[in-house]
Ligand binder design. Structure first.
Ligand SMILES: O=P(O)(O)OC[C@H]1O[C@](O)(CO)[C@@H](O)[C@@H]1O
Length: 547
């Protein structure tokens, strides 16, 4: 047993879980008219109804005790203070400094990082203004109306998904295309759709070593030169965002065209840095600043709200409850808003790359589950596919439903239908439908007793399936910023409880290394194959097909 699983707080939760598993949420709602109100909290434009969870006051208190025993708030103070909490990479973790509107200093190694952060924000502001006004032009004098944003992982998901979510705020006259994968089909399609004279390429790579991003940029550069641009025109059409200024200049980026970021910004936490430049180009700098402001307000809420009112804390503790005491292996995100359709993929990287870990801070393997599989897609589409498993399958899948109460420029018929589906799903998951209720329905249809008994077993819905409902007045930049920061802090709290380092990602390295070794054998077709038999066979087939 590790210290965590042996702790009194953990043991207490195990006992409570055994008790809770014999009860049904349906009965709690029937017995307590205040339940919904008691288990609803709001902050920063987000209302969280967590009453449809397998919890009682006693459970929530026990979870809060666990958080205190794991020193979550002390660990969070260390993060905000710029301490080296990413101990395997010896780095501070300060994405919060990128949206720090408090006017206070943020020290890393005794030095205030805020002047550099503010200077970079000013550079973004000026750059966006020069593109939007048409003052910054391409080499033939045309305005830059087509932006190709090249990057992958955290250098792609944040900009793409947040821009998509803010469609009602798009600046007219500029179109941003995203390219992440090294699959040539994508970049070719995008290049074929734009005029090189009007195109600005924003290459985003914190490390400036990522294969996909480097190759896609080289392809874009070759296309630009092939279409009539010259080497000296590159500076007008190619810019980079990177913490590796040396590699970016060696690659050919003009120094003035490089937007910096710092090693204390993790890739999956980087949308608040210049990695967010494509967002600012899409929605304008003022709206982009609102996004940052929303995140800042959530940071303040996370640091100051009491644990029982603290949205990231509540979400994190509920997640721990299901992962560690109910055996839940996944968590589904269900935005009922088309423009937020990419949000599950965003949280997927944020959560799985952060807490998909098995070694704790004491350098030993954990004996408890850590980060779950995060998945999901927009409602109502999922209702007609995977919701079946959530309702009647054999695994427990806690869900976060999300709905803006108002959507811009929309006829209420659609929105009311969308909301009714969202609320109806949470209701069905919670209450289910008993065998007796199913039988009564079938009897009313005049079915004979044998058919009725048999069919009713199949139609019975156990219910008691947990879900959170997150309501927003609307998905404006500020609320979206708060929403993203809320999930960041949720992930932080869980990592703090599980004792893992949420800020490294060694697991992705081996694949990159082996991929490069394989690439060498694919390109050098005479080279001996000395991998395992399966990999050798796959390489041979590729060589034959492309020989
Ligand atoms: O911005 P970079 O350095 O190109 O990295 C892209 C992504 O690659 C990863 O390291 C994973 O491969 C992510 O953490 C990161 O967001």
């Amino acid at each position: 047993m590790t210290a965590l699983t042996a702790s009194p707080a953990w043991q207490n939760l195990e006992n409570l879980a055994t008790k809770i598993k014999t009860q049904h949420m349906r009965d709690w709602f029937a017995a307590d008219p205040q339940r919904a109100e008691n288990f609803t909290q709001s902050a920063c434009g987000i209302e969280l109804d967590f009453s449809k969870n397998l919890i009682t006051d006693e459970v929530m208190q026990a979870l809060q005790t666990l958080a205190s025993e794991c020193q979550v708030s002390e660990k969070s103070q260390a993060m905000f203070a710029g301490e080296i909490i990413n101990h395997t990479e010896k780095r501070a973790v300060l994405h919060t400094a990128l949206r720090n509107f408090s006017g206070k200093q943020v020290l890393v190694d005794g030095e205030d990082v805020m002047p550099e952060v503010l200077a970079c924000q000013k550079k973004i502001q000026d750059f966006v203004a020069s593109v939007h006004s048409g003052e910054r032009k391409g080499y033939t004098g045309k305005p830059l109306t087509q932006i190709i944003a090249i990057g992958i992982g955290g250098s792609f998901l944040g900009p793409k998904i947040m821009s998509e979510a803010l469609k009602p705020y798009w600046f007219e006259g500029v179109k941003v295309h995203y390219v992440a994968n090294v699959d040539g089909c994508h970049i070719q399609d995008v290049l074929a759709s734009v005029d090189h004279q009007e195109t600005l390429v924003v290459m985003s790579s914190k490390s400036f070593t990522t294969q996909e991003t480097l190759q896609n940029t080289l392809t874009a550069k070759a296309w630009f030169l092939g279409a009539g641009g010259s080497q000296q025109d590159i500076a007008k059409h190619f810019i980079a965002v990177s913490s590796n200024i040396k590699a970016a200049t060696e690659f050919g980026m003009a120094e003035d065209n490089i937007f910096p970021l710092w090693d204390w910004v993790g890739g999956r936490y980087s949308l608040w840095s210049a990695i967010g430049l494509p967002i600012a180009l899409t929605i304008g700098y003022e709206n982009y600043r609102e996004l940052l402001q929303g995140a800042f307000e959530m940071d303040e809420h996370f640091q100051t709200a009491p644990i029982e009112q603290n949205l990231p804390m509540i979400l994190a503790l509920l997640g721990v409850w299901y992962v560690n005491f109910f055996g839940a292996q996944s968590h589904v995100l269900l935005p009922y808003y088309h423009y937020l359709r990419g949000f599950p993929a965003y949280v997927q990287q944020l959560d799985m790359e952060s807490n998909g870990k098995r070694i704790s801070g004491s350098d030993t393997a954990v004996d408890y589950a850590t980060g779950p599989i995060i998945w999901g897609s927009e409602g109502t589409n999922g209702q007609h596919s995977f919701h079946q498993l959530i309702h009647q399958g054999t695994v427990l899948v806690p869900a976060d439903f999300m709905l803006p109460l108002k959507v811009p420029n929309q006829d209420n018929t659609h929105h009311a239908m969308l909301a009714s589906n969202c609320f109806g799903q949470t209701q069905a998951l919670m209450q289910g439908k008993t065998f007796a209720e199913c039988k009564a329905d079938l009897a009313a249809k005049g079915l004979d007793d044998a058919t009725l008994e048999s069919l009713a077993t199949h139609k019975t819905m156990p219910g008691n399936k947990p879900s959170n409902t997150l309501l927003f007045k609307q998905v404006d930049p500020k609320t979206l910023g708060a929403l993203v920061a809320m999930y960041e802090h949720k992930v932080f709290v869980q990592g703090a409880i599980w004792g893992v380092n949420s800020f490294d990602q060694w697991g992705v390295e081996l694949g990159k290394e082996l991929g490069n070794q394989v690439l060498d054998k694919l390109v050098n077709t005479d080279a001996d194959l000395n991998f395992d038999a399966s990999t050798n066979q796959l390489i041979s087939k590729f060589r034959q097909a492309n020989g």
